[in-house]
Design a protein around this ligand. Structure first.
Ligand code: ADP
Ligand code: MG
Length: 717
């Protein structure tokens, strides 16, 4: 089928599927949809007997296991609520190590034996499911003969109903473990890491005189970048369909150079899509807040209000699912790949992170009093120490093949982890290190020697967009996540490493206080030393610049460019002892994650490379050959020579790629070796094929070129 411009005209047409949503009167309570599809505490209060509700809340607050009678009562109410909302099935919704979510649907209805069916759902069914675990990656934890896995209800993340035009499904967020109790998912370690951090932070807070907080929650607010393209182009491109990114495509004459897209007015079709996505998410209790155009053409961003890390991570998975589902209703495809278009900015996810007490105090909020500021500096120092000590692990927590195209490509932070503090905070720490007193120095900042208590002025405008890990006024923003990633692993890592450094600093502080020192005088040398030891991680300059690469190397910071270099930090000695000390992941569990991630890296790239070889050989080469024949027929010998040379180049590149792809050429005895082979042999071979093909794209007759071009995909809305 030759491609003709007519297809673009079709792609540009759209209609809101199923009719417009309208704009209801939002002052009327009936029109408020937030949380409509959530079995929220408010619904629970309405529907559960008083004592059951109270016991459930107590159990949750204490983090205890649910007893059966309580579970039965909750299950009954949940079932009634779900049936009233049209749910016929339920699923234990979990997050296996694939990084996406998994669901197996069971009907509520069971035959009665009298030819009818009855809706049933017991506490046992609510609390625990037993899916076949054999098809989920476990990295060797579970032998195939022992296929059983358990899903266990996570009552701290509310159940919700997913709607479909033809029915509804009750989703029960759950954890997924092997029958020997090892975590096979991303939720269990995240919950364990939140516990670890809470314990450490509560202990530390006592030293600051806070005796009322009983729990500290880590919080997460993810900003999600994504592309929307017309689905017609998507389905015309086998590379997008199979790998989520374009493996071919010459740079279009217009990119984002004119900066006419970022924060520009949102095209009507896109806005219609956003409004429906947001409404759907609101009904699911996801507090979506912000939307705007991003830098690249057809690239956008969505951000919710932050929540505790567990609920926030679940909501983020749900958000990605809803974003992709709703797109189809508008004839669009939502691309979450980290680098769908070469030469065009990719998509990331900013992971805003902080810690809050159960009485609502943000521990990374500089305070109004010297006392609050001391506490703030303490937690800030703990984060710096943690990030410096575990740079490699943090980098590993965001590693994926998609990320390898993005990190360090002057559009996203480099692969080097560093912290941006902002000039003000950096000055404070620098002055602490020098032990100086004065106007805007830490002495006055700490309230020493000044009767007036100067609060730390923090300007949100003091930004550095190139930093992978930036302090932004009352939280840190880990900016290096990939757009398709689950939040769980990076947050598990953050929580655990910060728990460790809080404990470390708190122990020093406790010793000093026991020696009779006042808080300020006890803390000052601790901050001074911690900052001096860890300031190598602090960098306020341009992270994209060549000079930074050189300086970072001088400082001894890690620069782990590709996934196979980063992943070994997951099983490094430091990680293993830290994660087992804090009960977050055992050595076996870490090893399983390491294996799974490496295997996925190798497999994903092999899928890409086989797709690339097939497209090049069966689509691009034939079209180039037709073009060559055309030129020869027309007697355009000069142009024919040009095309002929390019075709020869393409053919030899295809041959080399096919050889790199051959099973027998790939080492299979060791996952790391395989990943390294793929990185060193397959990725460059794929690049060479693309190079030749992209040059051909600019030569071959437009109607003969079989793939939609960047100039169409990225600009037709
Ligand atoms: P920007 O694009 O300037 O980084 P946005 O307003 O788009 O800022 O996003 C900021 C994100 O940070 C939001 O998701 C917000 O909810 C989140 N956030 C704010 N405070 C906290 C906090 N204490 N903990 C975690 N996330 C937070
Ligand atoms: Mg941001």
């Amino acid at each position: 089928m030759p491609r003709i411009r007519q297809q673009n005209v079709m792609a540009a047409q759209w209609a809101p599927n199923g009719g417009a949503l309208g704009a209801p009167d939002l002052t009327s309570p009936d029109n408020q949809v937030f949380g409509e599809n959530v079995f929220s505490p408010a619904i629970q209060r309405q529907r559960l007997p008083k004592d059951v509700f109270r016991r459930l809340q107590q159990t949750l607050a204490r983090g205890d296991a649910l007893d059966t009678s309580l579970a039965d009562a909750v299950a009954l109410a949940m079932k009634e609520w779900a049936l009233e909302n049209g749910a016929t099935h339920y699923t234990h919704w979990f997050q296996p190590l694939t990084g996406s979510t998994a669901e197996k649907h069971d009907s509520f209805y069971a035959p009665t034996g009298e030819g009818s069916a009855l809706a049933e759902f017991s506490g046992k069914e609510l609390i625990q499911g037993e899916p076949d675990a054999s098809s989920f990656p476990t990295g060797g934890i579970r032998a195939t003969f022992e296929a059983r896995g358990y899903t266990a209800w996570d009552p701290t993340s509310p159940a919700f109903i997913l709607e479909n035009p033809n029915g509804a499904l009750l989703c029960i967020p759950t954890a997924f473990a092997s029958w020997t109790g090892e975590a096979l998912d991303h939720k269990i370690p995240l919950l364990r890491s939140m516990d670890a951090l809470s314990k450490a932070a509560i202990n530390a807070l006592k030293l600051f005189g806070n005796m009322t907080a009983s729990r500290v929650f880590t919080t997460v607010g993810p900003e999600q970048e994504y592309f929307l393209i017309d689905e017609q182009y998507y389905f015309e491109r086998p590379d997008l369909v199979t790998t989520g990114r374009t493996l071919f495509g010459a740079k279009p004459p217009k990119g984002h150079e004119l900066d006419d897209h970022y924060f520009g007015s949102i095209p009507e079709r896109i806005l219609a899509y956003m409004l429906e996505t947001e409404r759907e998410l609101a009904r699911l209790g996801v507090p979506v807040k912000t939307r705007h155009n991003e830098v690249a053409p057809n690239q956008y961003e969505l951000a919710p209000v932050f929540e505790n890390s567990n609920v926030g991570s679940d909501h983020q998975q749900l958000t990605m699912q809803v974003m992709q589902n709703v797109a189809r209703r508008y004839g669009l495809m939502c691309l979450l790949h980290e680098k769908p278009f070469a030469g065009v900015n990719g998509s990331g996810k900013h992971n805003n992170w902080s810690m809050s007490t159960d009485d609502g105090e943000n521990l990374l909020e500089p305070g109004d009093t010297p006392h609050e500021n001391l506490q703030f500096l303490f937690f800030c120092a703990a984060v710096m120490q943690a990030v410096n000590k575990h740079q490699g692990l943090l980098r590993a927590s965001i590693a994926s093949p998609g990320q390898d195209h993005r990190l360090g490509a002057n559009e996203a932070p480099p692969a080097i982890i560093s912290i941006f503090l902002g000039a003000e905070l950096e000055n404070v720490f620098e002055a602490i290190e020098r032990g100086e007193a004065g106007e805007s120095t830490p002495e006055s900042f700490l309230g020493l020697g000044t009767p007036v208590l100067p609060p730390l002025p923090m300007h949100g405008g003091d930004r550095n967009r190139t930093s992978p890990f930036a302090f932004t006024g009352n939280k840190f923003e880990f900016r290096a996540l990939g757009s398709s990633m689950s939040l769980s692993l990076p947050n598990t890592v953050l929580n655990t490493i910060v728990a460790e450094s809080i404990d470390y600093l708190a122990e020093e502080l406790e010793n000093a206080l026991q020696g009779g020192a006042e808080l300020e005088e006890a803390l000052r040398p601790i901050l001074q030393r911690s900052y001096a030891d860890n300031k190598q991680i602090v960098f306020g300059g341009d992270n994209y610049s060549e000079e930074w690469y050189a300086e970072a190397e001088e400082r001894g910071l890690l620069n782990l460019r590709a996934t196979p270099e980063a992943l070994p930090y997951i099983v490094a000695d430091d990680t293993v002892s830290l994660f087992s000390n804090y009960g977050v992941l055992s050595q076996r569990e870490l090893e399983s994650r390491y294996e799974v991630s490496l295997e996925q890296y190798g497999t994903k790239i092999n899928i890409e490379s086989e797709t690339a070889a097939a497209i090049a050989k069966t689509m691009l080469l034939p079209s180039a050959a037709r073009h060559l024949a055309l030129l020869r027929e027309a007697g355009l010998s000069e142009l024919a020579v040009e095309s002929d040379d390019l075709i020869k180049e393409l053919v030899s590149a295809i041959r080399a790629l096919e050889s790199a792809n051959l099973e027998e050429n790939q080492p299979h005895d060791d996952v790391l070796k395989h990943a390294e082979y793929v990185r060193d042999e397959v990725v460059p071979a794929m690049g060479a094929v693309r190079e030749a093909a992209d040059r051909l794209e600019k030569v071959v007759a437009d109607d003969l070129w079989p793939l939609p071009k960047y100039s169409e995909i990225l600009f037709i809305k």
